[in-house]
Write a protein that binds this ligand. Structure first.
Ligand code: FES
Ligand code: FES
Length: 139
């Protein structure tokens, strides 16, 4: 039973134990809570759980096929694009949505596509390189 004003973020983390989705600001500013909703990246702290009825929700737990990592996950590891890891699930899902829209984004397009996701550790450079490498693998 979902409370009428329950946030998608809370239902994912507290009810479904999908704790890969993180809460940073809780106000739509940091992107740590990013998930895919029908393929589009959204801040799950700003979405009511009831709003997603009948829609597809993908969290970081759903990115790999459980046999191998998604190419973005592997690229983040290979390129050392993770430090504390708090921003990583949201970064991965924003990057996933970007690559679904654009097969070969430029560096600027990657930066723009990830502009809603804050990272306090990496300086972004390795994250951008990782997303570029993931595109290259696919092309
Ligand atoms: S926790 Fe949702 S945008 Fe920061
Ligand atoms: S790796 Fe720490 S916030 Fe991005």
């Amino acid at each position: 039973m979902v409370e009428p004003f329950a946030r998608l973020l809370d239902v994912l983390r507290d009810d479904l134990d999908l704790t890969g989705t993180k809460e940073g600001c809780g106000g739509g500013e940091c992107g740590a809570c990013t998930v895919l909703l029908d393929g589009e990246s959204v801040n799950s702290c700003l979405v009511l759980a009831l709003e997603v009825m009948g829609k597809s929700v993908v969290t970081v737990e759903g990115l790999s096929n459980h046999l191998e990592l998604d190419r973005l996950q592997q690229a983040f590891i290979d390129e050392g694009a993770i430090q504390c890891g708090f921003c990583t699930p949201g970064m991965l899902l924003s990057a996933k949505a970007l690559l679904a829209r654009q097969k070969a984004p430029t560096v600027q397009e990657i930066r723009d596509g990830l502009s809603g996701n804050l990272c306090r550790c990496t300086g972004y450079e390795r994250i951008v390189v990782a997303v570029s490498k993931a595109c290259a693998k696919d092309n």
